[in-house]
Write a new protein. Sequence first.
Length: 260
Amino acid sequence: MDMMGLIRTRKSVRTFDGTAVSEEDKEKLLAFARTIEAPFGVPVTFLLLDAKAHGLSSPVIAGETLYLTGKVPQTAHCDTAFGCAFEKLVLYAWSLGLGTTWIGGTMDRARFEAAAGVTAGELMPCVSPVGHPAAKRSLKEIAMRTAIKADKRQNSEALFFEDDLTTPLRTDDPTLADALEAVRLAPSAVNKQPWRIVRRGDAFHFYEKRTLSAKDAPWDVQKVDVGIALCHFMAIAGGTLTATDPQLTGDLVYVATVTR
């Protein structure tokens, strides 16, 4: 797969044409899911759920027939690991011509968890419809994208830093430049883009700039977002993932380090 091409072209899809995903494409999704290794050794179980059979829907989605979801054990790094693993499958779906969008709150969570068989000690942070994008977006989708400024992203100078949290990161390395752009383009909850990266030598420290309340959820949705950013970065730049906090100061929450 051309990962940079997929990352650059993928858009969140909330309006589907109502046609069923073929059995061949379902099998491709599940086969690819079985190859995904989530970071930190956290196992992720992926599922495809028939919307009609389970009575599944979302008020922000139209025309969907199928949902993709995943379950993780409630353990350290589970939210970040889920985000990274689920995004790999989302990008693969796009390579098949199938649209998706991350959903964390606008759904009947109890119904989705029952359909997915979520048990005690398991979490299902997010789901996504998966299917064929409609020719035109619904007025509801257009309004939502406008409200969250879905096509806008922060400038690199606000996201990526050298040594500390005041010096913007500059690079002449085309692979690293692409990896940082891949992070900048990543989807996030209500487009808050909570990731920050600080490079020190060959280590890239990923942080969460928390701007959304965790409420009562046993996971942090913005750590899921940082997991998506990690997926994009490592898909382009590679590297080794660890979680040793370099103890930088500031209002950021340390998540993980990628060493190249």
